[in-house]
Design a protein around this ligand. Structure first.
Ligand code: ZN
Ligand code: ZN
Length: 104
């Protein structure tokens, strides 16, 4: 789930998606159960990039952050399910932590 506003990878918080980059919120669609029970979120900070800490990701130079203009970013390649679809690169700015994506 990506933020429709800024394109960053969104984080699930309870029954909604929250954008860690711009704060945009949207409800999770197709949620059949609405119980008034609050389940403790499991490590919400660490699930931003598919469950792994981005400090361990490879860095790439020459990718300019759209937010702060820094030219170094961590990157991760995400293979889409359909084989004929292009892979997606997710970049995380090493300076401000902004997350964005790009189709290869
Ligand atoms: Zn956003
Ligand atoms: Zn940045």
């Amino acid at each position: 789930m990506f933020c429709p506003k800024c394109g960053a990878l969104m984080v699930r918080k309870g029954d909604k998606w929250v954008c860690p980059s711009c704060g945009y919120e949207m409800p999770i669609e197709g949620n059949p159960r609405k119980r008034g029970k609050v389940v403790a979120a499991k490590k919400p900070k660490e699930t931003i990039i598919m469950g792994s800490s981005y400090e361990n990701l490879p860095k790439i130079k020459g990718v300019v952050c759209p937010v702060c203009g820094n030219d170094e970013a961590y990157y991760r390649i995400v293979q889409t399910r359909a084989a004929d679809e292009p892979e997606t690169r997710i970049y995380i700015c090493t300076k401000c932590g902004h997350v964005w994506r790009e189709y290869a």
